[in-house]
Design a protein around this ligand. Structure first.
Ligand SMILES: [Zn+2]
Length: 645
């Protein structure tokens, strides 16, 4: 996923500690005992997933067949999930199947012993609802069971689905729905073993209003787009963790970008999207050359309406992306490089639990920069790496020590709290440190070998470290095991952390210094040919003691308030709040009421509530913006506005 730069994790962490403390007593302790068991699936042993009630060590789900009606009027998915199950050898005939659910209305459970030819009703019960984990669904099964069919409906408030009214879309005529299952939201729309250690194939039949198209993280999208009739079929034949099952329904069009790449989006955005994403095929080729074959067939993107809470989500075969990357100049496509890289790190080799999340995101951020280098050159890579490191340092300055650890402890906490800059940027710096120490040739060989050795498996940090020891450290005296342990198990940034270098940014820093010191007037800042990255670095280097007049000068010289590039607009608006620059007020309101990407929304509200006047404005803007935000963004801003009240 792409959701870097997530300041104030310290505050969230403090809250979570208290929550963890309260919940570990009583009923929750019982729950944890139930779930903290070593599970064995996909060849893994001794994996404790604190965020799932499932029992794959006893009965494991291998395939999920979905049959859904998409009911826009009720904001509900209704239908069945048929699970192909296997009782693990040696496990008692009486062991029930344990699944994860959240706010699902379970109508019926049935079991089959003849591969789904005939079914008999099965007894089931739904346990108490836990705020973080949802509720366990227990199904009693006959000894030689091989299929379990659950009839159910989702809640209109399902945490993994967002239902948009027509006016929240680009076309403003048709409704839209999309899912976001990472980290543990798949259970809010499918009763599954919702642990990344469990891998399933899946198939689906989806019925929608006739004039809309459904797309999924599976095969079938292109064919369905040629026959828009409201009845669509899909299949994913490669085993994936449940958090990668994804669906979107809307007035979608397809445009090809290359032999195996293309883009889906609303008609109003299709040309703009195709232009922006034109280098996608090139990126796939570049990544294959570096890290081995792309193993998923097609690579398509879905550009969503602006309320999508994240930058992107690496749903296999079909990346979900925010429209805020459509800058008109391909300057923000590192997001595509990132989501594409997940086809190797994350989707092919997956974190077995959410505390191993850095294996997904650290590797992916490292690969993202390598792809950017291959397609756009070293200077661009170094600019982006510098911005990444600066963001991480700012975040670490405010972050509780335990959260600064790559192999973070998330016991008793919502895994969404692990989505800080640490797994992304600290993880990438660690891998870059290894590359710089052993040399690129050796390191690339190691990375390719790592993907091959663990393809279609879910692994823990311990498995990675074992592999690293045998395949890289044993033949390299330059890296000590203590060094690796410091990177993975300790807080902060080690002293040997790589420092990216950008000549272009050195010049930008000079311009920023000269402007800040009054040596240069705004109109004399030499910014004529600046790229997006240079602008971001410049704005990030300015401070909160520019007065209104100096902000006005800058704005006059460079039209910053009217910039369409979402990243530049965001940095400028943040600076405007810090400097009380009221000429940007209307733009701020427009930005916050049209874009729901949490990376932008959260810091802007965080900054607003620092002053009484700003808090008043925050409340006024949020009253208009809230209904357009995804439940995840709503929860984030609700918290900010409650804080310190
Ligand atoms: Zn990611």
């Amino acid at each position: 996923m792409m959701m870097k730069k997530y300041p104030n994790a310290a505050t969230i962490f403090a809250g979570a500690l208290i929550l963890g403390f309260v919940l570990t007593s009583g009923a929750f302790a019982q729950t944890m005992k139930e779930t903290v068991r070593s599970i064995s699936s996909a060849g893994q042993s001794k994996i404790a997933d604190f965020h799932s009630y499932a029992n794959p060590h006893q009965i494991v789900v291998r395939h999920v067949d979905l049959n859904w009606n998409v009911l826009f009027d009720r904001k509900v998915l209704e239908g069945t999930a048929t699970l192909t199950v296997e009782r693990v050898a040696g496990v008692s005939d009486n062991a029930p199947l344990m699944l994860d659910t959240r706010d699902l209305k379970i109508e019926k459970a049935e079991a089959s012993t003849d591969g789904g030819k005939s079914y008999k009703n099965a007894e089931f019960s739904v346990g108490a609802n836990d705020k973080i984990l949802g509720a366990p669904l227990t199904v009693q099964l006959p000894p030689n069971v091989n299929r379990v069919r659950i009839s159910y409906a989702t809640a209109p408030t399902a945490s993994g689905l967002q239902w948009l009214a027509p006016e929240q879309t680009a076309g403003r005529k048709e409704p839209f729905m999309f899912s976001q299952a990472q980290a543990i939201h798949a259970r809010s729309f499918i009763p599954v073993q919702d642990s990344p250690a469990v891998r399933v194939t899946y198939s689906a039949r989806v019925r929608t209003p006739k004039n809309l198209l459904a797309v999924m993280s599976a095969e079938g999208n292109e064919q369905n787009s040629r026959q828009r009739d409201g009845d669509y079929q899909f299949k994913m034949t490669r085993a994936i963790p449940p958090y990668l099952i994804a669906i979107a329904v809307g007035d979608l069009q397809f445009k090809s970008l290359g032999a195996r790449t293309g883009v889906y989006t609303e008609p109003a955005m299709i040309e703009k999207s195709a232009f922006e994403l034109a280098d996608t095929e090139k990126m796939v080729a570049a990544t294959e050359k570096l890290f081995g074959a792309y193993r998923w067939g097609r690579y398509d993107l879905l550009v969503l309406p602006p309320s999508f809470p994240f930058g992107g989500m690496e749903n296999p075969m079909l990346t979900f992306a925010t429209p805020t990357i459509l800058a008109g100049d391909k300057s923000l496509v590192s997001l595509v490089a990132h989501e594409l890289a997940h086809s190797w790190s994350g989707n092919l080799v997956t974190n077995a639990t959410w505390r191993d999340f850095w294996l997904n995101e650290g590797f992916t951020t490292y690969l993202e920069r390598r792809i950017i280098e291959a397609v756009y050159g070293v200077p661009r890579r170094e600019m982006e790496a510098t911005l990444g490191r600066r963001g991480l340092e700012e975040e670490l300055a405010e972050m509780a020590m335990p959260d600064q650890i790559l192999h973070v402890d998330l016991k008793g906490r919502d895994p969404d709290e692990g989505f800080t800059g640490v797994p992304y940027e600290k993880g990438a710096l660690f891998l870059r440190h290894l590359e710089e120490t052993v040399g690129r040739e050796k390191f690339d060989k190691f990375v390719r070998g790592y993907f091959d050795a663990h393809a279609f498996q879910s692994i823990t940090t311990e498995t990675f470290v074992d592999y690293l020891n045998v395949n890289l450290l044993a033949s390299n005296q330059n890296i000590a095991r203590a060094d690796v342990e410091e990177w993975i198990e300790k807080s902060g940034l080690p002293k040997n952390a790589p420092q990216p270098k950008s000549d272009a940014f050195v010049k930008v820093e000079t311009e920023a210094r000269n402007y800040l010191s009054g040596k240069a007037a705004a109109k004399n800042v030499r910014a004529a040919n600046w790229t997006t990255q240079e602008w971001l670095h410049f704005l990030g280097s300015l401070s909160s003691d520019l007065n209104a007049q100096r902000m006005t000068e800058l704005d006059r010289a460079f039209n910053l308030t009217t910039r369409g590039n979402a990243e530049i607009a965001f940095q400028w608006l943040l600076l405007s709040i810090k400097n009380d620059y009221s000429a940007a007020d209307a733009r701020l309101e427009e930005f916050l009421t049209t874009i729901g990407r949490r990376k932008f929304v959260k810091p802007l509200f965080d900054e607003l509530v620092k002053t009484p006047n700003g808090r008043k404005r925050a409340n006024e803007i949020y009253a208009k913006a809230r209904s357009g935000y995804h439940p995840i963004t709503q929860a984030t801003v609700d918290d900010i506005l409650k804080r310190g009240k």
